[in-house]
Design a protein around this ligand. Structure first.
Ligand SMILES: N[C@@H](CCC(=O)N[C@@H](CS)C(=O)NCC(=O)O)C(=O)O
Length: 223
């Protein structure tokens, strides 16, 4: 039997966090290798473990997978979080891409100059409020189900909850104008595996701090 998936990334959210969320949701335990030194990254490059010289990399089912989107789709397909047919899958892809676009704005935020950070976070919150959250509110309304697609949980639901919590960290009352999203958040948060992942001490990461940013810069030589 294959061992636990092994996740290679930094000790921060970045492009690995949605993968952690999805594995936790489907109840798969995983190990993490945190890159802290340039030498660890160089060792991975030397053994040709990183196809495009990038992390995230996940060792799973005898493969070394890179490209976060491909990894997420693999996990979603394997664990039936990817819809019942092509039409459901493409909707899931669209909704996942929307939340990814929103969360990527947050991912780049810690790397900005201090003087740009405040203005940038205001713009991100504005985008969440005006562009992204109204879409998901309407999808829930039109679809009339507990989930974004079909009548069961999909990776789109998991990622939407992740995005909601990320925005709420910066704007606690963001959902006040979105009652269906508020109910969605409460519902999805109660799924036992997700509830466990939301507890302190889980492998969920919180907002990257200066140490995280400094580590990424050092390991990837981003100066
Ligand atoms: N499309 C890739 C992008 C991965 C990516 O940009 N990884 C960054 C760290 S978050 C990296 O390894 N950068 C090193 C480089 O590009 O040289 C994915 O989604 O996995």
């Amino acid at each position: 039997m294959a061992g636990k998936p092994k996740l290679y990334y930094f000790n921060g959210r970045g492009k690995m966090e949605s993968i952690r969320w999805l594995l936790a949701t489907v109840g798969v335990e995983f190990e993490e290798v945190f890159l802290e030194k340039r030498e660890q990254y160089e060792a991975l490059l030397k053994e040709r473990a990183l196809l495009f010289q990038q992390v995230p990399m996940v060792e799973i089912d005898g493969m070394k997978l890179v490209q976060s989107k491909a990894i997420l789709q693999y996990i979603a397909r394997k664990h039936n979080l990817y819809g019942k047919d092509l039409k459901e899958s493409v909707l899931i892809d669209m909704y996942v891409e929307g939340t990814t676009d929103l969360m990527e704005l947050f991912m780049s935020h810690p790397f900005l100059l201090p003087e740009d950070k405040e203005k940038n976070i205001e713009l991100i919150i504005e985008k969440a409020k005006k562009r992204y959250f109204p879409v998901y509110e309407k999808v829930l309304q039109d679809h009339g189900e507990n989930f974004l697609v079909g009548n069961k949980l999909s990776s789109a639901d998991v990622q939407l909850l992740e995005a909601i919590l990320m925005v709420e960290e910066k704007s606690a009352d963001i959902l006040s104008e979105f009652p269906l999203l508020q109910a969605f958040k409460e519902r999805i948060s109660k799924i036992p595996t997700i509830k466990a992942f939301l507890q302190p001490g889980s492998k969920r990461k919180h907002q990257p701090d200066d140490t995280y940013v400094a580590t990424v810069r050092e390991v990837l030589r981003m100066y």
